[in-house]
Design a protein around this ligand. Structure first.
Ligand code: MG
Length: 134
């Protein structure tokens, strides 16, 4: 069996972190309908738990969350990948239109992609495609 072939054609796994249950549910449905394999987490600790169990191709995280905020989640995921000698996972931040200060902090951290909430589905899918390696 050619394992490389299977790996190449598997669904892209996306880890989505948001403390809002409705957002999580929407993301899960959207991502699944778009042909991805989503895993949703309600916070940083849960997300990091999933990260130790399987490989992810993309991280989507909310910023404002109780406990770890999104920027802390991003830092922790980067640290984990570095420690485990894994490739960095592309990051997309979910942020509200009026959250310019938070957005600036994310930029300083080196986050390149933002999805503004509420987002349009076609824009969302375009950003995902752009950030997923083929
Ligand atoms: Mg939130």
């Amino acid at each position: 069996m050619n394992t490389e072939h299977v790996v190449h054609h598997r669904k892209k796994r996306i880890l989505a972190v948001d403390d809002d249950g409705l957002v999580r549910r929407s993301l899960e449905i959207l991502l699944r309908d778009a042909g991805f394999e989503p895993t949703v987490a309600s916070g940083g600790q849960e997300a990091l738990g999933f990260l130790t169990q399987r490989h992810f191709d993309l991280l989507i995280t909310d910023i404002r969350m109780p406990g770890m905020d999104g920027l802390q989640v991003i830092r922790a995921v980067r640290d984990y990948c570095q420690e485990m000698k894994k490739d960095p996972i592309p990051e997309i931040v979910l942020t509200a239109y009026n959250d310019e200060a938070v957005r600036q902090s994310a930029v300083r951290l080196g986050v390149k992609e933002f999805l503004l909430k509420p987002f349009k589905i076609d824009e969302f899918l375009k950003v995902l495609a752009h950030n997923l390696s083929q």
